[in-house]
Design a protein around this ligand. Structure first.
Ligand code: ADP
Length: 269
C-alpha cells in the first residue's frame, strides 16, 4: 500500500518540480529581455550621437563613420530581435495590437528585412524602386516571385501588423537561406489570410517535419553547416500563429523543396 502511494505521488511531485523549473526559466527569460533593453538603447544613442553631433564630440573620418554605422546597424538588429521575443511573449498572453494595414506593404517590408539578412548587396537597389512593378521585376533578377491576390489585394487586413511581419520575415528568410535558386510567395484569401512560402531547396525529411517546430532544433546537414541560425525562428512562428487562432502546415520533399502554408483569421473589427 505504501509503495503504491509513493508511486502515485511521485509523478505529481515531479510535475510540480518541472512546473517550478519552467516558471523559474520563464522568469529568468523575462528578466533577460528586460535587462537587455537599456544597454542596447544606450549603445545605440551613444553611437548615433558620435555620428551626428560632430560639433559636440568632434568630427569623424570616413573610416570611423563606417565603423560607427556598422555598430548602429547591428545594434538595431539586436533591438529588433529583442522586440520580436517580446511580441512572442505578448502573443502568449493574448495581447494583440489591432490595426488595419496593407498586406502588400507589409509583405514588402518583411521581404526587405529577410533580404537584408540573406542578400545584403541587393537591398539598396530594391529600396530605390519607385513602383510595385519595378520592385517585382528587380526581385525577379534574384529569382524571388511574389503574388498577392484575393480580398486583401485591395482591402486592408485587420490584425497586429508587427506579428504578421514577424511570421512573414521568418518564413521568407528561411526560404532564402535554404533555396537552391528560387523562392515564391503567394498571398490570397477571402476571409482568412492565406500565405504560402515555397523554395526549391534541400527539403525537410518526413521524420523531421514535427521536430523543426521545436526550440533549438536545426537539421544536421553538413552541406548547410555554414548557414547561421539558432533553431528558434519556427518555434516563434508557430507560437504566434497558434495564438492568433491560425495554423501552419508544411509540405516538403527532400532534394525538391519546401512549402509552408499559413492561415490567419483576421481580428474581427
Ligand atoms: P534557424 O533558421 O534559426 O536555424 P528555424 O526554427 O527557423 O531556425 O528553423 C529550424 C530548422 O528547420 C533550420 O535550422 C533548418 O534545418 C530547417 N528549415 C527551416 N526552414 C527550412 C526550409 N525552407 N528548407 C529546409 N530546411 C528548413
Amino acid at each position: 500500500m505504501r509503495g503504491f502511494k509513493f508511486k502515485k505521488d511521485q509523478p505529481g511531485k515531479e510535475r510540480s518540480g518541472n512546473r517550478e523549473r519552467v516558471d523559474e526559466k520563464e522568469r529568468l527569460f523575462d528578466l533577460l529581455i528586460h535587462d537587455l533593453t537599456s544597454p542596447l538603447s544606450i549603445v545605440s544613442t551613444t553611437a548615433d550621437n558620435l555620428l551626428h553631433k560632430s560639433d559636440r564630440y568632434g568630427a569623424l573620418n570616413d573610416q570611423q563613420k563606417r565603423m560607427i554605422d556598422r555598430i548602429l546597424r547591428n545594434t538595431h538588429k539586436a533591438q529588433k530581435l529583442l522586440q520580436e521575443m517580446i511580441e512572442i511573449l505578448r502573443s502568449e498572453e493574448g495581447i494583440f495590437q489591432k490595426e488595419f494595414f496593407s498586406i502588400e506593404d507589409t509583405l514588402k517590408e518583411s521581404l526587405m528585412d529577410a533580404i537584408e539578412i540573406t542578400l545584403p548587396h541587393a537591398v539598396e537597389k530594391l529600396c530605390q524602386s519607385k513602383s510595385h512593378e519595378e520592385f517585382r521585376s528587380l526581385l525577379h533578377t534574384h529569382h524571388i516571385y511574389i503574388e498577392v491576390t484575393g480580398r486583401y489585394c485591395k482591402s486592408p487586413f485587420c490584425h497586429d501588423q508587427k506579428k504578421i511581419q514577424q511570421v512573414l520575415r521568418n518564413l521568407m528568410s528561411n526560404a532564402l537561406k535554404y533555396r537552391r535558386e528560387r523562392m515564391g510567395v503567394a498571398i490570397s484569401g477571402e476571409m482568412d489570410l492565406l500565405v504560402s512560402v515555397e523554395d526549391d531547396g534541400i527539403g525537410i525529411p518526413g521524420e523531421e517535419k514535427e521536430a523543426i517546430f521545436k526550440r533549438f532544433v536545426r537539421l544536421n546537414d553538413k552541406k548547410n553547416a555554414h548557414i547561421q541560425g539558432l533553431g528558434l525562428g519556427l518555434t516563434g512562428v508557430k507560437t504566434l500563429i497558434e495564438a492568433m487562432g491560425g495554423d501552419i502546415t508544411l509540405e516538403s520533399q527532400e532534394g525538391v523543396g519546401t512549402r509552408f502554408v499559413v492561415r490567419i483569421p483576421p481580428i474581427q473589427s
